[in-house]
Design a protein around this ligand. Structure first.
Ligand code: ADP
Length: 164
């Protein structure tokens, strides 16, 4: 049976940290669906459509990885597709509380759901989308943190352009 996982997140923007987890996830799962959360409550740099289009471009060469927007509850999306696994990355200790809370909530909502945590690579242990945004907003070079394509999108966005 095909092992399918969803990989949910905000991806504002996608970083090498996200990609580490995706690459490792591909060794475990036959198919991964990246679900990009709308996050209406968060003040995201990129719109949902922009994040979906950027991530789709970045993962275009991965076999068996697809990208879609997520506007409702993750568990509902999973039940619709008969999906049982959630892929998440773990960085430093600071991620743990929130990740555990999410994993327990999701399994409370649907007892068949299993969250699989993978450790990030040590060189990206402190890398987050918010750090990337912060560095870029202040004119720093984010080449070490995101692919060139994403860096370009950030530069466009900070100049007030749409990034679809
Ligand atoms: P969210 O807002 O749901 O936390 P993110 O886009 O920030 O969404 O993160 C999505 C997933 O990617 C999370 O599981 C997060 O822990 C993981 N992740 C992000 N950056 C890294 C990194 N540098 N190393 C390991 N995992 C990471």
């Amino acid at each position: 049976m095909n092992k399918v996982a969803v990989y949910p997140g905000t991806f504002d923007p996608i970083t090498y940290g996200h990609l580490d987890i995706l690459e490792m996830g591909c060794k475990i799962f036959d198919e991964i669906i990246i679900c990009i959360a709308e996050r209406a409550e968060k003040n995201t740099l990129f719109t949902l459509e922009e994040r979906v289009s950027t991530v789709s471009y970045i993962v275009k060469d991965f076999d068996n990885v697809s990208v879609e927007p997520l506007t409702g509850l993750l568990v509902k999306r999973m039940e619709m597709g008969g999906i049982k696994f959630i892929l998440r990355g773990l960085r430093a200790v600071s991620d743990f509380d929130y990740e555990l809370q999410m994993a327990l909530t999701n399994s409370e909502l649907d007892s068949e759901i299993v969250t699989v945590f993978l450790p990030g690579k040590h060189e990206h242990l402190f890398l987050s989308s918010s750090i990337v945004r912060e560095v870029a907003i202040h004119g720093g070079d984010v080449s070490k943190f995101v692919p060139e394509y994403v860096k370009h999108k950030i530069e466009l966005k900070l100049r007030g352009k749409t990034c679809l």
